[in-house]
Design a protein. Structure first.
Length: 248
C-alpha cells in the first residue's frame, strides 16, 4: 500500500515540495478521521445528533432557539474527543513546519489536534471546540477549566451565558482569520488541500484563491471533490498514509 501511494507522488511534486519556501496547507475533517473523529460528509459518516442533522444543530438559528441543546451537542463531542490523539497526518504537517521556510496551516477543524501534534500559529477558520465565548462581553474561556454542572456555563468575568467558540452555519468567520488565510493563499507557491469536501464557503475559496494566483495545488483525499478538477495533482488516499511520504 505504501509503495503504491509513494509511486503516485510525481517527481515534479517532490521537487516543488523540496524547494518550496512558501507553503499553504489547508485541512478539513478528513485529516482527523484516522484519529477517530467523525467527518461531516463523505466516507458514509454523517453526523446526526438526536435525529437532528448537523446543519441544524450546528446552526446560528439553533443557538438562538435552544442554547442548552447546542451545549449538549458540543459537550458530547468534547467527550468523544477527550481520549483521541493526533495521527501520522497531523504529525507530518507539524514536522513540515519545522522543515519548510514558511508554512501556514489553515484548518476548518475545531478539534485542536494540529496544535496537539505540535503545529504553531494555526489559523482556525471555524473556531475551537475547547473554548467558550461570552454572549455578553465576548470574553473567551478555556472550557477545560469549567465544571459542567449547569446546562449553560457562565462567564467568569461578567456572569453572562457562554456559547461554544465555533463558527456555526449562517455565522461569520472570526475577524481576520479568513483574511489572513487569503493573504497567504495569494502568495504561496505550493498549496496542499487535505481531507476536506471543499463545499463549505468561504473556507473552500482559499485553495481557489491559491490556484488563481498561480500556486501548484495538491489535493489529498480518498474521494474526489469539487476542487479536484482544478488541482495540479490529486493524491487519492488517506492523509495519515500519504503525508508522511513527503520528507525533506
Ligand atoms: C479524508 C479521510 C482521510 C475522509 N484522509 N481525507 C454560497 C452558497 C450557498 C451557501 C453559502 C455560500 N457561501 C456561504 C454559504 C453558507 C454556508 C455554506 O457554505 N454552506 C454550504 C454547505 C452550501 N457557509 C456559512 O454559513 C459560513 N458562514 C458564512 O458564509 O458567513 C457569511 C454569511 C453569514 C450569514 C448569511 C450568509 C452568509 C460558516 C460556515 C461554518 C461551518 N461550520 C461547520 C460546523 C462547525 C461547528 C461544528 O463542528 O459543529 O464547520 S460545518 C462543517 O463543515 C464544519 C467543517 O469545518 C465544515 C467543512 O467540512 P470539512 O472539513 O470539509 O469536512 P467534510 O466532512 O465535509 O469532508 C471530509 C472530507 O475528508 C471528505 O472529502 C472525505 O472524503 C475526506 N476524508 N477520511 C483524508 N483519512
Amino acid at each position: 500500500m505504501q509503495a503504491d501511494v509513494r509511486s503516485r507522488i510525481s517527481n515534479e511534486l517532490r521537487q516543488r515540495f523540496a524547494r518550496a519556501k512558501n507553503l499553504l496547507v489547508m485541512t478539513g475533517a478528513g485529516v482527523s478521521a484516522e484519529s477517530g473523529v467523525p467527518t461531516f460528509r463523505g466516507g458514509g459518516q454523517t453526523a446526526v445528533w438526536k435525529g437532528l442533522p448537523f446543519e441544524i444543530i450546528s446552526s446560528a438559528g439553533m443557538l438562538e432557539r435552544d442554547l442548552p441543546a447546542v451545549w449538549e451537542w458540543f459537550n458530547y463531542r468534547r467527550g468523544l474527543l477527550a481520549s483521541l490523539k493526533p495521527n501520522p497526518g497531523h504529525e507530518a504537517i507539524a514536522r513540515w513546519q519545522t522543515l519548510c521556510g514558511d508554512l501556514t496551516l489553515v484548518t476548518q477543524n475545531i478539534d485542536g489536534l494540529h496544535q496537539r501534534a505540535g503545529s504553531r500559529n494555526v489559523i482556525e477558520l471555524h473556531g475551537n471546540l475547547w473554548r467558550g465565548r461570552c454572549l455578553d462581553c465576548g470574553a473567551r474561556h478555556d472550557l477545560r477549566e469549567f465544571k459542567f454542572d449547569k446546562s449553560v456555563p457562565v462567564c467568569f468575568d461578567c456572569g453572562g451565558s457562554l456559547r461554544p467558540d465555533v463558527v456555526l452555519f449562517g455565522e461569520m468567520l472570526p475577524v481576520g482569520a479568513f483574511e489572513a488565510a487569503a493573504i497567504k493563499a495569494e502568495s504561496c507557491e505550493l498549496c496542499f488541500v487535505i481531507g476536506t469536501s471543499a463545499v463549505v464557503y468561504p473556507a473552500a475559496s482559499i485553495p481557489e484563491i491559491a490556484h488563481a494566483a498561480g500556486a501548484y495545488l495538491v489535493e489529498v483525499n480518498p474521494e474526489t471533490t469539487p476542487l479536484s478538477a482544478i488541482c495540479d495533482e490529486v493524491l487519492t488516499g488517506k492523509a495519515g498514509e500519504i503525508l508522511p511520504l513527503f520528507e525533506r
